[in-house]
Design a protein around this ligand. Structure first.
Ligand code: ACO
Length: 382
């Protein structure tokens, strides 16, 4: 009798080698068009960023995050659109209380969004209402963890405030300073959307499987956690701390590049010009009037880094990216550097969720091909 557990033996290896796979391969999918979108234009050559056609500089000057998020979700500009913070559901608060105090705030935020999703019975497809609810919830959850990690009790949101101010109020348990609240709101506007970056792509991939909006944002937070994407502003602070003074900048940069290190806050996959978000945030940082000494040093070091990068990496335009002046704004507000990446994630909720909504409008499962370079079929040793 034959052995019922026996696996059928594989056929003998084909004698003829398969045809060489000549389909184009682009490492990092660079230059590959992965979606069509009406949400944001990232014009890397000209250093231009538009949300639904409106330039980022104008949106920062005249808009609020509530208006901008609404614009991203609906495609229309509704002046006066508001986005107050939402309270944290008990299940999420319990989960946050269980986390170690030294957990990475991005992990805490990702956990909070995951638990929130489990409490919401989210239907597919994602809707602007789901996007609004999730975007308004996350700052409250991060603020709660921001306090728990210091041994402090979370505080309820003041729902008469807008999202950025409401986040500061819940983080500090004080009425937010209007200058800091306005600066954070501007930062949220600048961080809200940026085309098909790694985290937004992740959100679209997850949505394309008909998974829910909370799963899409959990995945996006995971992608943003990496230092090559959203982890740079806290690194910028460390970097400036290490450099210490503008006179030491040149030697420090040359040494770092000599070791093969990246200078944080510089370079971008798409921009071959000054990142327009860095320009907008530099204006915000200068307008705050706090942290003037640090900002002066950052400006001087930036000049040196740009000159040395142009000399040592002549093949590629490496200019200042958003993270450099994001660090100045977030530091000026008084936020601890450990929270910078997660605050960036709060801002990007509007873009991620807008892309999730857009993905379903012409949904096709995202599933790229791969070129196999491993061994051809072979038999296991006897
Ligand atoms: N410092 C030094 N060299 C750099 C830098 C940098 N910041 N950025 C790119 N380069 C160099 C690379 O070493 C490489 O040089 P080589 O050709 O001599 O090997 C060349 O430029 C191309 O680099 P890639 O990694 O292929 O470029 P890519 O487009 O993939 O990189 C990235 C984009 C990841 C942002 C990169 O510029 C970087 O690591 N910057 C520092 C981290 C940072 O600031 N991240 C925030 C980005 S903004 C955001 O995500 C919100």
């Amino acid at each position: 009798m034959s052995d019922p557990t026996a696996v059928p033996s594989s056929p003998a290896p084909a004698k003829a080698a398969p045809a060489v796979d000549e389909r184009p391969y682009s490492p990092g999918l660079e230059g590959v068009v992965g979606a069509e979108s009406t949400i944001g234009l990232v014009d890397g050559k000209n250093g231009r960023l538009l949300y639904r056609g409106y330039p980022i500089g104008q949106l920062v000057q005249k808009g609020t995050y509530g208006e901008v998020a609404d614009l991203l979700w609906t495609g229309e500009w509704h002046p006066g659109a508001t986005l107050p913070p939402e309270p944290v559901p008990p299940a999420v608060m319990s989960a946050l209380r269980e986390l170690p105090r030294d957990a990475h705030p991005m992990d805490a935020l990702r956990t909070a969004v995951s638990v929130w999703g489990a409490t919401q019975r989210l239907s597919w497809p994602p809707t602007p209402e789901q996007a609004r609810a999730l975007t308004a919830f996350s700052p409250s959850a991060l603020a709660a963890f921001g306090r728990l990690r210091l041994g402090l009790e979370p505080v309820e949101p003041d729902t008469s405030l807008e999202l950025a101010a409401g986040f500061l109020q819940q983080l500090t348990d004080m009425a937010p300073d209007p200058v800091a609240a306005r600066a954070l709101d501007a930062y949220f506007v600048v961080g809200a959307e940026h085309g098909l970056n790694a985290s937004t792509f992740t959100a679209r991939v997850i949505t394309s499987t008909r998974s829910d909006i909370a799963s899409a944002v959990c995945g996006a937070i995971g992608a943003l956690k990496g230092p090559l994407h959203g982890g740079a502003p806290s690194e910028v602070v460390n970097q400036l701390h290490e450099i210490g003074s503008p006179e030491r900048a040149e030697a420090w940069v040359r040494e770092a590049i000599g070791r093969g290190d990246r200078i944080m806050g510089f370079g971008h996959r798409v921009y071959r010009a000054y990142d327009p978000r860095a320009a907008a945030l530099r204006v915000v940082a200068e307008g705050m009037g706090t942290n003037a000494e640090w900002l002066e040093m950052a400006v001087k070091v930036e000049d040196v880094v740009l000159r040395v990068l142009a000399e040592l990496k002549p093949g590629r335009v490496l200019s200042t990216n958003v993270e450099y002046y994001a660090a100045a704004v977030l530091q000026g507000i008084g936020l601890p550097p450990e929270l910078f990446p997660s605050v960036f994630a709060l801002a990007r909720h509007a873009g991620w969720t807008a892309h999730a909504i857009e993905q379903v409008s012409a949904n096709k499962l995202i599933r790229p091909d791969m070129r196999y370079t491993g061994p051809l079929e072979r038999a296991l040793p006897a």
